[in-house]
Each structure stands twice: as structure tokens, then as C-alpha cells.
Design a protein around this ligand. Structure first.
Ligand SMILES: Nc1ncnc2c1ncn2[C@@H]1O[C@H](COP(=O)(O)OP(=O)(O)OP(=O)(O)O)[C@@H](O)[C@H]1O
Ligand SMILES: [Zn+2]
Length: 696
């Protein structure tokens, strides 16, 4: 075909028109599509959506372009690094089709401005995200607003596309997702045994303590003291808080940042470990950690002995001081880190990465001395950024080289102290990312990822295949061809690279898509929780409990918050207020909080009730465990009409654990379950390790 014909507006859409049919094709210019995420999948997807001819595309991403994105996020060039992904992607893709209008937004989809009313402007939402939290949020918005959603994810050669539509298909939360990796707090804080424990410590504990928001715990500790909590423990916590305060201050002071880095080192790798060693009981059945000596490591003369020692004789027995410690770190800071000459301990007793000095820069394991150098230099770089005034706080971002260096070095130094193998910068980056990779993948992907224990590289071809399939499923949804909808898996199986599965019905016990949603326009600063309840329940006196996300605000025995305004309870625009039936007879009512309309009179009512009022359905009775030995087929919850394209033979399965246990009220069950706690059949002893750190 001659190029002139191709470029004419008519011929541009000719193929699409032939494939989609004139009816659907004519609707495309008016379609409003939201694409969330402009990363690996998002770039491919935007290109497809533009070429398909969706008339109005809003592209939203919170991130800026990183150098490491360029190998697959083809809408970006080197000159675009550090610029908004959404803006650059929109600019590049606009040139592909002049008939399409793209609105880029550089923001987080969870921001309050993107409330349910905002979502409702779109005919369809396409997710191209990389984390569970944002996926869940978009899913909830789409279920609340009855907006078709196509969910997607890739991990290496594996990928998945899942169309979701309220009441017709499962929602993203109908199937419980693998719980994020969690670790007992005390493992992270005091008794790590694996490299990941040290990485989590560096990323989720040390980095926020030093470079994050200064959380003043004085009031909390005062309060605990007046309530008679263990005085010794409180004194320790005060000392700990004070010690962090002074190293934070040192990092931000005019003094040499080198001495600040050294002070941090001294605190976390020496004093804190000495303190821990003084708790004899802790080490009865565990290997003791060894305090690290800055000067000896710096001069490459640190010797690590892991035999039992007491805190008192540590310096003599474990750490051998050189007679004459002539040591200068300047050379290392200039990038000339001395290679380990065999005298000093390396941080990687059995590390899987190539030995120090070998392999690609990011992939080789660092010697103990190199880790110290990296720790000092990355602390200095981060401190300099704070001091420059451009950033008030710095949180971990795997694409932030300074932060990744800091976490790598701090994790490896800690690993050394605990006799744990160290990890390369590359492995640390993968470990900090792995949870979101795991979270995006469904169970089949997850198992293989976990077994391999590897970093999964993003593969551009998988993203391209998945993005094409997203558009196909989106078109099925838009023309209401529900019978054609499929849940599609891309897999590394040359004989069957794609598998298409009919969709499942919504899980009758889903805590998200079974709720009765309504938009609730109000002024949160003028409406109290009890007023909301009275009006929404229309005077009914049924017992309810209320929540914002996982936070319980009230229940029949806890009414302290009822007279507080929604604003004071932080239930504001963009958030959801859930009203759960305490008897478990009715589904939960969930109100999407939206602002009053702009033309609402200033002295007008503080809320506009949804009309009609939300009318929650009766709850489907939970499936009780099989009792009759004769019956081998699982009991079905309830016969429901089967929409087109939905495979009823799929097991109705996955009743949420909490809801099938008889001894807990629904609110309690839901509360605990949503907190990630599984209810026990028998009251069991709560372990001291019940607190968890969630890696996100
Ligand atoms: N809450 C959110 N709001 C808006 N965009 C988000 C949100 N969470 C994640 N994203 C975006 O989703 C995109 C996911 O893309 P992708 O998985 O390719 O990640 P990436 O950071 O570009 O690449 P990689 O993680 O492989 O280095 C990212 O651009 C990320 O910024
Ligand atoms: Zn659901």
C-alpha cells in the first residue's frame, strides 16, 4: 500500500475497522480509557491503545524514568532519564496517532484527588502496575464504580491478563493473594539468620531511622511509663531513641559527613551489638554476633572469630587490634578500594555471587573492607542530599543508586556481624524488589519464582504479548461480549505458550466485590460518624461496626469515635468508609467519600445521601467443612445465575478462612484476617514473635 494512503485518517483505521466491526470501531473515538502505570507493560499498552484508536487516554504513573528502564520501556530515551514517565510516554506516543488525545498524570493512583467520581469518568481501566497495594486499590475503585478493569502482570516469560467486572467475574481480591513476606520483628532487629533478614533490616529499619521522617517517640514512651509499662524496657527505648537522634543530627550537621557515617557505624555495628550480647539468654541457643571494628576493617585487619565470647572480653578475644593501625579511608573513598588480601574477613563466607574483584561491578560480592567504604560513601552521599535542602527525607527506592548502595553495604556489614553470607548489589536490588514481583504474579508464577529463588529479569517480549492481550480483553468488555472474556496466561511452554481459561464467578465471600457501594458526598469536617450511620442505615438499629480500610473506627462495644467528625478520623475524600453488619446477615455497605459538588451552598447540608440508599444483599452462608462421611462432593454455597462465559464448574472454593469459623463475629473475623492474622480454631498461645515486619 502506498504510504500516502496509509497516512490518511480513513486508511489509518481500516484494518481496525475490519477486525472490530463498524459498531465498535465507531465508538472508539469517544472511549475514555485509564491506563495506570507507564512502565514495562504500560509503554507497550499505551502504544497499542493509541494505535487501536481509543480517543481519550489518561496515562498515570508516579515514577520518573530510570536508566535501567530503557532496555524495555521503548517510549523513553536516555535524554528522558529523571523525567516523569507519564509525561514522556504520552509525548512520544501522541505522535503515533494524531486522532488520539492523551492526558498524562504524574501522580500516585492512591492520591485522594483520584476518588470514585474521578474513576467513574472512564469507560474502562487498564492496569499496568507492579505492586499488590496499587492493584488492590484500583480493583476496589472499579468494583465500587462498576467500571470494567483489565488486570495484568508479567514475571520473566510468565504473564497474565485478567478481565474483571463487578458481579460477572471474580474481582482481583476474590482469590486471596499470597500474603507478603513477613518476618518476626525480633528476627529483623536482633537475631537475623539469613541475608534477607539483614536486607530488610537495612531497608525497612535502618534507612528510615536515619533518612526518613523523624518520629518522635517521647510522648509514646511517657505515656507507656505512666501506664506502668516495664521501666527498664522504657529506659532502653529512650536510650535507643536518643542514640538515633544524635546520629541523625550528625548526618545533617555541618561537621564532616565522614565522622557522621562513622558515628552511625559505631552505633549500629558496634554499640548495638554489644548491647545485644549483654542479653545472655538470647544467645543460649544461637550463635553470637560479633561487633565490628571500623578502624580494623578500614585497615583490612579485622579478624572475625565466631566462638562464644562474652560482651566483656570481646575486644580482646574477637577483634584483634593491630599494633599499629595506620589506616586511611581516603583512598577507598576515591574509588581505590583495596582488594581483600586474605588477612581480613570477607563479608561473604559462602556467598553465591562471584568472588570479590571478579565479575560485573554490580554482581560481584564485596569484601568487608569494600562494604565499609561503600557504607561510608553512600551515607555521605545521602547526607549531602539532605543537607542540600532539596529533599527532607529519603526513602528507599531500588532505582536510587545511593539508597541501594547504602542498603547493600549496611546489609552486608550486618551479615558479617552475624556470620551470614553477604549479597551483591545486584542481588540486594532483586531481593528488595522480589516481593512486588511475587505479588504481581499469581500463585503458579509465584511457586516457580520462589523455588528458583532468582531475580526474574523483565522480558520486553512478554510485556508486548501481554499488552496485546489486554487490549483484546478490553474490547470484549467494551462490546459486552462477556462470553469471549478469558483469563489468559502466557507461559514458558513452546507447545502451548498461551492458555485461555474461562472466568470464575465472584467469590460469594469476597470482602471487596460483594459490598454494597455508594458514593457519599459530604464535608468530612462537618459530618460525624454517628450522623453517617443514622442516615445511611435509615434509622435501623441493627448492630454494625465501621472501618476505614483496615482501621476499625467503631463496633457495638466501642463507641468512642461516634461523635467525631469523619475528618478527625481521617476518613476523607478518596477513602472508603465501610459499615459491616455485626450479625453477619447482610453484606457490608461501603461508602466512597467524595467532596460536595462545587455549586453546593456553603450553608447547605454537610452531606448528600446516596439515592437510593445502599441496600446490602443478604450474605451467602459460609461453606461449612464437610461433616457427612457419605458425601464426597463439596457443598455449594448457593445456586447463582451463571453469566455468559463464566465457567460454573470452577470450584467456588476459597471461602475466606475467617468467615467459616463459627466463634467470631464477622467484624472481628474480617478485622483480624485483613490484618494478615489467621484465626485459630482453638485458642492458642500467642507467640512473642507475633509482631511482623511486612516487606513491601
Ligand atoms: N501507586 C501507583 N500509582 C501510579 N503508578 C504506579 C503506582 N505503583 C506503581 N506504579 C507504576 O507502575 C509501573 C510498573 O511498571 P514496571 O513493572 O515496568 O516497573 P518499573 O519500575 O518501570 O520497572 P522495574 O520495576 O522492572 O525496574 C511503574 O512505572 C510504577 O511507577
Ligand atoms: Zn471479589
Amino acid at each position: 500500500m502506498a504510504p500516502s494512503k496509509l497516512s490518511s485518517p480513513k486508511s489509518r483505521g481500516r484494518h481496525a475497522r475490519a477486525i472490530l466491526g463498524p459498531k465498535l470501531h465507531d465508538r472508539l473515538p469517544n472511549m475514555k480509557v485509564l491506563i495506570v502505570g507507564a512502565g514495562g507493560i504500560g509503554c507497550e499498552l499505551l502504544k497499542n491503545a493509541v494505535l487501536t484508536g481509543f480517543g481519550h487516554i489518561t496515562l498515570l504513573d508516579l515514577d520518573t524514568i530510570d536508566l535501567s528502564n530503557l532496555n524495555r520501556q521503548f517510549l523513553f530515551r536516555k535524554k528522558d532519564v529523571k523525567q516523569s514517565k507519564a509525561l514522556v510516554a504520552a509525548r512520544t506516543a501522541s505522535a503515533f496517532n494524531p486522532n488520539v488525545h492523551i492526558t498524562p498524570i504524574h501522580g500516585n493512583i492512591k492520591e485522594s484527588q483520584f476518588d470514585l467520581e474521578w474513576f467513574r469518568r472512564f469507560d474502562i481501566v487498564l492496569n499496568a502496575l507492579d505492586n499488590l497495594d496499587a492493584r488492590r486499590h484500583v480493583n476496589k475503585m472499579c468494583m465500587a464504580g462498576n467500571i470494567p478493569l483489565v488486570e495484568s502482570g508479567t514475571a520473566g516469560y510468565l504473564g497474565q491478563v485478567q478481565p474483571l467486572l463487578k458481579d460477572r467475574t471474580e474481582c482481583f481480591d476474590c482469590v486471596p493473594k499470597p500474603t507478603p513476606k513477613t518476618f518476626p520483628v525480633c528476627t529483623i532487629r536482633s537475631t537475623p539468620t539469613q541475608p534477607i533478614h539483614c536486607i530488610v533490616w537495612a531497608k525497612s529499619y535502618l534507612m528510615p531511622q536515619l533518612f526518613g521522617i523523624d518520629e518522635d517517640s517521647t510522648d509514646e514512651l511517657d505515656e507507656a511509663e505512666t501506664q506502668g509499662e516495664n521501666a527498664q524496657e522504657i529506659a532502653n527505648l529512650r536510650r535507643e531513641a536518643q542514640a538515633f537522634k544524635s546520629v541523625r543530627a550528625a548526618l545533617r550537621s555541618e561537621e564532616s559527613r565522614f565522622s557522621a557515617a562513622r558515628a552511625v557505624f559505631q552505633k549500629v555495628f558496634y554499640n548495638d551489638i554489644l548491647n545485644l550480647l549483654s542479653m545472655e539468654d538470647m544467645w543460649r541457643f544461637r550463635d553470637r554476633p560479633v561487633p565490628l571494628d571500623f578502624d580494623l576493617i578500614q585497615s583490612n585487619q579485622f579478624v572475625l572469630r565466631r566462638q562464644a565470647v562474652s560482651a566483656v572480653d570481646l575486644s580482646a578475644d574477637v577483634v584483634l587490634r593491630p599494633a599499629n593501625g595506620d589506616c586511611s579511608i581516603t583512598a577507598h573513598l576515591n574509588g581505590n578500594a583495596a582488594s581483600n588480601d586474605g588477612r581480613g574477613a570477607t563479608s561473604t563466607p559462602k556467598g553465591s555471587a562471584p568472588k570479590s574483584g571478579q565479575g560485573l561491578k554490580d554482581q560481584r560480592s564485596l569484601s568487608l573492607q569494600e562494604n565499609l567504604v561503600l557504607f561510608v560513601s553512600s551515607s555521605e552521599r545521602l547526607a549531602a542530599r539532605l543537607k542540600s535542602g532539596n529533599e527532607e527525607t529519603i526513602s528507599f527506592d531500588k532505582d536510587d543508586g545511593d539508597a541501594l548502595d547504602f542498603v547493600t553495604a549496611a546489609a552486608n556489614l550486618r551479615s558479617t556481624a552475624y556470620g551470614i553470607p553477604g549479597k551483591s548489589r545486584w542481588e540486594v536490588k532483586g531481593a528488595t524488589d522480589s516481593v512486588s514481583v511475587l505479588a504481581l504474579a499469581r500463585s503458579w508464577t509465584r511457586t516457580s519464582l520462589e523455588m528458583a529463588g532468582n531475580i526474574i529479569p523483565a522480558i520486553a517480549t512478554t510485556n508486548a504479548i501481554i499488552s496485546g492481550l489486554i487490549v483484546l480483553q478490553a474490547l470484549h468488555l467494551l462490546r459486552a461480549a462477556f462470553g469471549s472474556l478469558r483469563n489468559i496466561h502466557a507461559q514458558f511452554k513452546p507447545s502451548a505458550p498461551l492458555s485461555a481459561i474461562k472466568l470464575s464467578l465472584p467469590n460469594p465471600h469476597c470482602g471487596i466485590c460483594r459490598d454494597a457501594y455508594a458514593v457519599f458526598h459530604c464535608d468530612p469536617s462537618r459530618v460525624t460518624l454517628s450522623e453517617v450511620l443514622k442516615n445511611i442505615l435509615n434509622g435501623s438499629d441493627r448492630e454494625v461496626s465501621t472501618y476505614e480500610d483496615k482501621r476499625m473506627l467503631s463496633d457495638p462495644e466501642f463507641d468512642d469515635n461516634l461523635d467525631r467528625t469523619l475528618e478527625s478520623l481521617d476518613v476523607t475524600k478518596g477513602k472508603f468508609l465501610s459499615i459491616a453488619d455485626e450479625d453477619g446477615e447482610l453484606e457490608t455497605i461501603t461508602l466512597a467519600i467524595c467532596a460536595l459538588p462545587p455549586n453546593h451552598p456553603v450553608d447547605g447540608p454537610a452531606m448528600i445521601l446516596p439515592s437510593p440508599l445502599p441496600n446490602p444483599a443478604k450474605r451467602v452462608k459460609p461453606i461449612l467443612p464437610e461433616t457427612s462421611p457419605q458425601s464426597s462432593t463439596p457443598q455449594r454455597a448457593q445456586k447463582r445465575p451463571v453469566p455468559d462465559g463464566v465457567d460454573e464448574s470452577q470450584p467456588t472454593k476459597r471461602a475466606r478462612i475467617a468467615t467459616i469459623l463459627p466463634n467470631h463475629s464477622p467484624s472481628k473475623a474480617r478485622r483480624l484476617e485483613e490484618d494478615g492474622l489467621v484465626l485459630l480454631d482453638q485458642p492458642g498461645r500467642m507467640d512473642e514473635d507475633i509482631d511482623i515486619v511486612v516487606v513491601d
